[in-house]
Design a protein around this ligand. Structure first.
Ligand code: MN
Length: 130
């Protein structure tokens, strides 16, 4: 099962997105601040991370930098959620290790679409004998 870590400090957004992703067949861990995101990444080993940029303790960019610096996370997709959808920020997001960003408010459907672009809910079964 594909694992998604969600870091979002808005409780309603976090809960709605978690439920939608679980309904689609993803395994979800959700946290509400940046330091917890770094810790949860090491513990949960997500396949993809949805990262709010504006977070307590560590902002989403610093949390992304720290996660991507951990062994095994260099290629883990990080999808940033940002209220600051200014084009000049994209370079900052990419420099921090974010692979994609969505402007808030982003619907769960929009987030799902981007996640599935990187990773399906589960890997297809191998054919017999493969
Ligand atoms: Mn926030």
């Amino acid at each position: 099962m594909t694992k998604v870590l969600i870091a979002e400090d808005n409780a309603d957004s976090r809960e709605i997105l978690s439920l939608e992703l679980e309904a689609e067949g993803y395994a979800v861990r959700a946290v509400s601040d940046g330091l917890s995101a770094v810790e949860a990444a090491a513990d949960f080993r997500p396949d993809v991370i949805v990262m709010d940029i504006s977070l307590p303790t560590l902002d989403g960019l610093e949390a992304t930098r720290r996660i991507k610096a951990q062994p095994g996370f260099a290629n883990t997709p990080v999808i940033a959620l940002t209220a600051h959808a200014m084009t000049e920020d994209e370079a900052r997001f990419r420099a921090a290790g974010c692979d994609y960003y969505l402007a808030k408010p982003a619907s769960p459907e929009a987030v799902l679409k981007v996640i599935s672009r990187f990773l399906p809910p589960s890997a297809p079964d191998l054919p017999p004998g493969a």
